[in-house]
Design a protein around this ligand. Sequence first.
Ligand code: ADP
Ligand code: MG
Length: 868
Amino acid sequence: MTIDRSKLTPMMKQYFEIKDQYMEYILMYRLGDFYEMFFEDAIKASQALEITLTARNCGLEDKAPLCGVPHHSVDGYIKRLVDQGIKVAICEQMEDPALAKGIVKREVVRIITPGTITDPDMLDASNNNYIASVSFDENGFGLAYCDITTGVFKATEMSQRTTLLDEIIKIEPSEVIVPEGRVLDDTIRSYLNSADITVTEYLAYAFETHASRHVIQRLFDVFSTESLGFSEYPIALNACGGLLAYVEETAKVPLAHITEIDLYTQGHFMMLDKFTRRNLELVETMRSKEKKGSLLWVVDKTSTAMGARKLKTWMEEPLLDKGQIDRRLETVEVLVEDLMLRSDLRTLLKQVYDLERLVSKLVYGSMNPRDMIALKNSLMVLPDVKACIQGQIEGEFETIHTEIYPLEDVRTLIESAIVEDPPFTMKDGGFIQNGFNADLDELRDIVKNGKKWLLEVEQREREMTGIKNLKIGFNKVFGYYLEISKGSVKDAPDTYIRKQTLANAERYITPELKTLEEKILGAEEKINRLEQELFSNLKSQVMASITPIRKTAGAVASLDALLAFSECSYRYGYVKPKITTRDDIRIKNGRHPVIERIFKDSIFVPNDTYLNGKEDQFYIITGPNMAGKSTYLRQVALITLMAQIGCFVPAEKAEIGIVDRIFTRVGASDDLSQGQSTFMVEMSELANILNNATPNSLIILDEIGRGTSTYDGLSIAWSVVEYLAEKSTKTLFATHYHELTELEGLVKGVKNYRIAVKEAKDDILFLRKIEPGGANQSFGVQVAKLAGVPIPVIKRAKEILAKLEVNDINRNIEKMGGSDSARESYSVSSYEIDESLYKYIETVEVDQMTPIEAMNTLYTIVSKFRDL
Ligand code: ADP
Ligand code: MG
């Protein structure tokens, strides 16, 4: 709407001056005890918050749409707006309205976006809330991200767009800052949109090198960014610059607790792309997106919120360095074996609050006396934690021991300053300890003695006047008074000054009472002010220890995560894997960590794995539906991953040669969450795997090639086997193309395995045991029977099957036979399909058919084929 601004009231003029600078935000304009929103903001906010829309005179003919929220409950409303992806600007009164001449001065003091929420109560404690920024030039991409509530700040750079995307998916930021006006890669933008991540464009200037240097040097108080290690990370430098400038200058979030930056190289961690992450159900399940049923759900036995966040990060960043992995494993080993140590430490850590988020409350000024006590109580546990691990030299213990600072001075300071159980609100004082400040003690004395003096006056006046029910009271209008019931009024002395008449009593004051009152009330007011002041001082003193507190928090988090590993390893009977740099994975009696926990009552059948880059490089796994192929595949991937995060593994024995990447791809028909028509998607992901897998990767392929015709699918699967065999990448391939079992012996490294089933007439018994060899039939009919398909259908299906099997395509495959040059000699045209059959097939529209029509068509094709 167009508004004639000249007609606006002065206040509305001011409103628009401010609003003009914050067009893409909802402006919450402070007006007394409310934050008001006007015009379009009001309409949008009233809908988003489900609050009443009203109107207010604004100088124009039409009233201004208006809605407001009370200032004391504004946090909840902000959260609801931000959760809906709406950005909010908070505009405060900058002077006391009582003293202001004209319109009260107002300014925007904070901007709140999904990535800049600072109130821990608005956030999920077990997840980091990251704000990220992306920079790019012709050499590649830079990525910086920060959790402004915990102070975690990291940056990296990469040359590949796909790597950037994988990294963004890993950290799951709630907001991404990009340079304004520069075209961000389409793939990345569409991912951000689809994942509901807020994208904020910010001054391109802030992403330039000199501006970035400037802001980083100022924040970290260094002379050059080189000293922080940025010389190797020129593009990441720009991402950091843009991010910090945005957070500090625009969102106006103080960054005092960001004391270090972690610049990391891609290749430091095992790469997991988004499909792998999802398929392996690391932190949430594929279908319901819940933690329950994921690997994290099994392993997360942490005692603190910091530990839970750390564990999740570790899970998404498996290590590649044998030394690092071994250090974690050795620590876990000590903790698994020493039950006392483990349970003592876990009990202690349960008493530690979220130190990282307490620190952020300190920085953002929202720390209250109860938080201080929480901090103190957490610090109090630290000496005991240190004592427990004192002298342990294995693994990470020494590092953790040194990085847990005792922080005795902070602890004793808080102890001496704050009472043990402070009141919930700060406004009535009463939270500073006696003996902490002499002035405060004196004032409290006055208040306390004042009460005594009042009692003395009351006693004396009663005796003097002989009025037994004379009593002293207090009200806000005229302070302390003497109250005498109607019956005794006649005995009141002349010196009493009458102030108030009630139905059955009179109230009086005396000069003595007024003097006392001044003393007492003055003292109470001073006490309040002094307590607030002392608390501010205390906060600044504690602030000085932010760095050691953050270090301590980090060490406690690591200890907690390692304890979680050891707890679940102990509880569920995991073993310490042997980490090698050899090219093989050997697992004896491995189990699926999640399935064995979900079906606790049925026995999980363990299975062996022996994979290497040579003779046993490529498993072709066949077996009927429901036999356990997918479970087996995932179990091998999960065991490998668990080993590389430093956790024990569900097996009797395991030797894991470090893998650089795990790839998984689940065929379209097995992956319902992908929806229909995904053959193209499936193929592009397959392409990604084939292009990026190295000899040190582990690939899990579960029924790929299903989304197309049998011949296409089989041909693709076949050539994939040959290609990966050449690359010598360790691969597990579950397939319903039994024809592929022909490749054993033809292609080096290929081994056939099947999941054993026992057949008894029409029935089938799943044995869940993997054994060498190929499955020669798929038992689809038996499985259908097991699933309760009516008997007549089963019978008819068996008849059809018998007819079809006469013309098994295996016969044709044998024709293609093979030498080592199977790859060259193989082509679809070798089927010599005749013209008419070819034409017929071309007219077939599979996706328009009912299953019966499909069956009939197949029957026609087969009989034509047989006639050739
Ligand atoms: P497939 O991929 O061959 O169709 P799945 O791997 O999906 O079969 O397994 C089907 C079900 O069989 C699983 O949900 C699980 O309940 C059970 N299962 C699989 N492997 C085992 C095992 N080793 N021990 C016990 N139950 C198993
Ligand atoms: Mg399966």
